[in-house]
Design a protein around this ligand. Structure first.
Ligand code: NAP
Length: 261
């Protein structure tokens, strides 16, 4: 009897998830399902089976894991997607499915950086000074607290055009998807005469150039630090995630994975 195909659910929305999908799609031992939240209008093209939209909380995800006969979950969501990661941990615990969180390393300040670390977007808004021009790259869902500071001018960068009016009137709205090059970020800071950058500590290379450009120009960065990590088994790289999955496949082949009812 041939070995059973291992069914893997990949929670995506990041470069790491895209890299994992590309690496795993061709593996004949696996059936890969990549899940996206469905927020981005034109998501990156990914190989393999795709699903889109929420599961209905941790309980909904646990039901999904059982219904789909999922053997392993790779949570490669963004470091700020804390709710999804928590739900993944809870659902996997409930359904007894091995779960790995893939969390890229955060950025750390280097010489010349002028960072103001803050825990939330609300705290970031409180750090701004009247009359400043602010480059705001925190994502559409984090904009509301900045409406409390109508005394600054916002240059807002988003991936997609907002489906609802923004909570404040921006000085400029830029629609662009990373990766962003250093030269382009330098030009952006100069063109809009940016006084301060507000961003999340996402980590990774795709959106780091704005931080490097701010450092070069001596522009302060209000850096929103990450929410608490999900706990459970966590790795920082795609390669480490592939190693972990190889271990899961090995355990399954040896009959060692706990099977669900
Ligand atoms: P979140 O606050 O942690 O999640 C909110 C809800 O969205 C989850 O409870 C879940 O709904 C649904 N969801 C999130 N990720 C999902 C996925 N991959 N597949 C299916 N449902 C998902 O997440 P978020 O911060 O809104 O991020 C949404 C997506 O954008 C994630 O896939 C993330 O990787 C990506 N992303 C986020 C950021 C960021 O800064 N937050 C940046 C880049 C990319 P249910 O409870 O109904 O299951």
């Amino acid at each position: 009897m041939p070995d059973r195909t291992i069914r893997v659910l990949l929670l995506g929305g990041t470069e790491e998830a895209a890299a994992l999908a590309r690496a795993l799609d061709a593996d004949p031992r696996l059936h890969l399902i990549t899940s996206l939240a469905g927020r981005t209008k034109v998501p990156a093209t990914l190989p393999g089976e795709l699903r889109s939209g929420g599961f209905g909380g941790a309980d909904g995800l646990a039901v999904y894991l059982r219904q789909e006969g999922i053997d392993a979950v790779l949570d490669a969501t963004h470091p700020f997607a804390a709710t999804m990661s928590r739900h993944a941990a809870e659902a996997c615990g409930e359904a007894q499915v091995p779960c790995l969180h893939v969390v890229r390393a955060p950025w750390t300040p280097v010489e010349g950086d002028d960072w103001i670390p803050v825990p939330t977007a609300g705290d970031a808004a409180a750090q701004l000074h009247p009359g400043q021009t602010v480059l705001l790259t925190v994502g559409r869902q984090e904009l509301a607290p900045f409406a409390a500071r109508p005394d600054v001018a916002y240059v807002v960068r988003l991936i997609d055009p907002p489906s609802e009016p923004l909570p404040f009137r921006p000085h400029a709205l830029i629609l662009a998807r990373g990766p962003f090059a250093l030269e382009a970020e330098r030009s952006l800071l100069a063109r809009y005469r940016i006084d301060v950058l507000v961003c999340k500590n996402s980590g990774g290379s795709a959106t780091y150039a704005k931080v490097a450009a701010a450092r070069e120009k001596g522009i302060p960065v209000v850096m929103i630090e990450r929410p608490s990590p999900p706990g459970g088994t966590t790795v920082a790289t795609v390669d480490a995630a592939l190693d972990w999955l190889a271990g899961v496949i090995g355990a399954e082949r040896a009959g060692g994975l706990s099977r669900r009812p």
